[in-house]
Write a protein that binds this ligand. Structure first.
Ligand code: SAH
Length: 244
C-alpha cells in the first residue's frame, strides 16, 4: 500500500511551491490534481509518473468529493507514492481534511504538506497586507460560496462590523450579496474592498473599490478570484509592487 501526500501547490506562481512539495512531486508515481494547481508543476514529475485530473471549477466540483476520495484511495492501493496536489493550502477550503479522513478510515498512511494559501499571498502580490499595525489586528478567511441571504447561513455576519480584514474565497459570483450584507450589518458603503483575480500569476488583475462600487468594477474579472474587505486595501496605493 502506498503513501499519500496531501500537498499544497501554492497559489499560482510556480516559485511559491515549497521545497517539500517539489520533493514529493519529483518522487510521485501518480499525481492527482485539480484546476487550481499550476500545471507547470506536473513537468517536474519523473518519467512514467501518471496524472489524474479531478477538476474543480471555482468551488463547484466537477467530480463529487466522495468520488475524488475514492480515486485517491484506489491509487494508494496501486502505487507506492501518491501525490494529491491541491491549489493553495490543502486545509484552507480545499477539503483536504475530508480526503485525509477517508484515507484514515481505509488505513492508508498520509502526510500533509501545507501550501501557501491564496488567501494571504494573492493580497500580498496586490500590495495588501492582511494585517497591519494600527489598521487591522486580525484577518478572517471566509467562504463566499454560501449566499448571505440563506436562512441557515453559518457565517457570523454580525461579527463583521469590526475593522478586521475579511478575505472571501469562492465568492465572486456572490459579490453583490456579500457587499450588500456587509452594508446591512453596519459597514459604511464607502468601506474599502478589492477583488484579486489569478493572484500571483502573470495574469493577475486587481480592482479596488468600495462596498458600493466593487460589483460594478469587478464585473469582468475572471476566476479564480478572491475578495478582500478592509482598510488594509488602502495600503495598496503605497505597497503595490507586482505589475503584470
Ligand atoms: N486551498 C485554496 C483555496 C481553495 S477554494 C487556497 O488555500 O488558496 C478556491 C478559491 O480560492 C477560489 O474560488 C478563489 O477564491 C481562491 N483562489 C485560489 N487561487 C487563487 C488565485 N491565484 N487568485 C485569487 N484567488 C484564488
Amino acid at each position: 500500500m502506498g503513501m499519500v501526500y496531501l500537498t499544497g501547490a501554492g497559489p499560482g506562481d510556480m516559485e511559491l511551491l515549497t521545497l517539500k512539495a517539489l520533493r514529493v512531486v519529483k518522487m510521485a508515481d501518480v499525481i492527482i490534481y485539480d484546476r487550481l494547481a499550476n500545471p507547470d508543476i506536473l513537468k517536474e514529475a519523473k518519467n512514467g509518473c501518471a496524472f489524474v485530473y479531478v477538476g474543480k471549477e471555482d468551488g463547484r466540483h466537477i467530480m463529487p468529493q466522495d468520488q475524488i476520495n475514492e480515486v485517491i484511495y484506489q491509487n494508494a492501493l496501486q502505487h507506492e507514492t501518491v501525490v494529491r496536489l491541491k491549489g493553495g493550502d490543502p486545509f484552507v477550503f480545499g477539503r483536504g481534511g475530508e480526503e485525509a479522513a477517508y484515507l484514515h478510515e481505509h488505513n492508508i498512511t498520509f502526510e500533509i504538506i501545507p501550501g501557501i494559501t491564496s488567501a494571504v499571498s494573492a493580497p500580498a502580490y496586490a500590495g495588501i497586507p492582511v494585517t497591519h499595525r494600527g489598521i487591522a489586528v486580525s484577518f478572517r478567511v471566509v467562504t463566499g460560496h454560501e449566499a448571505p441571504d440563506k436562512q441557515t447561513s453559518q457565517i457570523p455576519w454580525e461579527n463583521f462590523k469590526t475593522d478586521d480584514t475579511i478575505v472571501f474565497l469562492m465568492g465572486l459570483h456572490n459579490l453583490d450579496k456579500i457587499s450588500q450584507k456587509l452594508i446591512e450589518v453596519g459597514k459604511a458603503p464607502t468601506y474599502p474592498c478589492a477583488v484579486i483575480s489569478k493572484g500571483t500569476t502573470t495574469e493577475q488583475r486587481v480592482v479596488v473599490g468600495t462596498l458600493e462600487t466593487i460589483v460594478e468594477r469587478a464585473q469582468d474579472m475572471p476566476t479564480p478570484a478572491l475578495i478582500v474587505v478592509g482598510k488594509v486595501v488602502e495600503l495598496r496605493e503605497q505597497l503595490a509592487w507586482f505589475h503584470t
